[in-house]
Design a protein around this ligand. Structure first.
Ligand SMILES: Cc1cc2nc3c(=O)[nH]c(=O)nc-3n(C[C@H](O)[C@H](O)[C@H](O)COP(=O)(O)OP(=O)(O)OC[C@H]3O[C@@H](n4cnc5c(N)ncnc54)[C@H](O)[C@@H]3O)c2cc1C
Length: 312
């Protein structure tokens, strides 16, 4: 594996890097290698080089939606955020922004605000990257990335690069075409609108205040652990409310616990292991099902000890 350094000269590679240092939950074992491309061209080159060696890498952005096994992981990972970080205004009427996959959403939101472009305030407090947000169709406060994306450029496993229109991205609640296909998002063009920067700042501050009031931002987490279940008789149902109703607020195993502040978050209250988090999630899932008949589906993406995506 160390010969990778020869195949990818000038691109940073760390061997035996702990995933816990790269996930917001602060959980995850050491991986065989972690590669840090700095441009889209480097990222494409890395993916092609790995593919030619028969290596299927785990690609991630800011690691804010990941739960990773604490085992030694025999995998190669590629981390795009914040390295693959180009951002600029995108042609036309000047109300669109081009952003590479590793750009943090907060940076994009501030970039837009400074140019008097509104419509991205909702994403300012989401700690992920553009690539992760497109993959997950991240959203908050009544908007999501799927509503503002004009197009996405992505690279297929065979190395071919193509552009997807918003429709082709198939955005749904916390889901996009990139949740299921093996493409890597390289960049996105975001359509915004002219807005007074003071209004944008006010919106951002209001959203930040709502987050601080509602979410356990002082403890490591991966955001909402479970997706919002489908409407029940036309009425929205929230995972956090279901979990709270089951009396599970504060319920913990080892270092992992359902947040006291927001029952939708599972927090690392110190030294949580992968197994702790999984056991808390399993207990929440089974108790909610027992008491309400509603099956919760994880929003967090889980990587098991074999280095493969797993379900709960
Ligand atoms: C405190 C906190 C608050 C949060 N609040 C919200 C919220 O309000 N709304 C919300 O939707 N989410 C929220 N999240 C969850 C998370 O920030 C989002 O899902 C975010 O979009 C994930 O981006 P990421 O770069 O961290 O993705 P990662 O966690 O790195 O990866 C998530 C998934 O995306 C895939 N992926 C990453 N980059 C790419 C790429 N370039 N191409 C293809 N696939 C890719 C990964 O393989 C993985 O399957 C929150 C998380 C935390 C910790």
């Amino acid at each position: 594996m160390r010969d990778l350094a020869g195949v990818l000269p000038d691109i940073e590679i760390r061997f035996g890097e702990p995933m816990s240092a790269h996930t917001s939950l602060r959980v995850g074992g050491r991986v065989r290698a972690m590669i840090f491309p700095k441009t889209e061209a480097e990222l494409s080159f890395v993916l092609r080089a790995l593919r030619e060696r028969g290596t299927d890498p785990l690609l991630f952005g800011a690691g804010t939606n990941l739960l990773v096994s604490g085992a030694e992981l025999d995998i190669v990972t590629v981390k795009t955020a914040p390295g693959v970080g180009e951002i600029c205004l995108s042609g036309g009427g000047g109300a669109s922004v081009f952003a590479s996959c590793g750009v943090p959403l907060a940076r994009l939101a501030v970039f837009a605000r400074e140019r008097g472009l509104g419509g991205f305030e909702f994403a300012h407090g989401i700690p992920g990257s553009v690539g992760g947000a497109v993959c997950m169709n991240a959203g908050a406060y009544g908007s999501d990335i799927g509503s503002v994306v004009r197009s996405v450029t992505a690279i297929a496993p065979d190395g071919e690069i193509s552009e997807f229109s918003r429709d082709e991205c198939d955005f749904n609640y916390r889901h996009s075409a990139f949740s299921d296909n093996d493409y890597t998002v390289l960049s996105a063009i975001i359509d915004l609108f002219a807005e007074n920067s003071d209004n944008i700042r006010r919106n951002m501050n209001e959203f930040a205040e709502r987050r601080r009031a509602a979410q356990p931002l002082d403890l490591p987490s991966a955001g909402s652990a479970f997706k919002r279940p489908p409407l029940s008789g036309g009425v929205p149902v929230y995972a956090a409310a279901l979990i709270e109703r089951c009396g599970l607020k504060g319920f913990g195993i080892g270092g992992a616990a359902v947040s006291e502040k927001h029952a939708g978050f599972i927090v690392n209250r110190g030294g949580a292991t992968f197994e702790d988090v999984i056991r808390v999630m399993e207990r929440v899932k089974s108790e909610v099902f027992r008491q309400s008949g509603i099956e919760l589906e994880p929003e967090i993406k889980i990587i098991g000890g074999d280095g493969k995506w797993m379900s709960l």
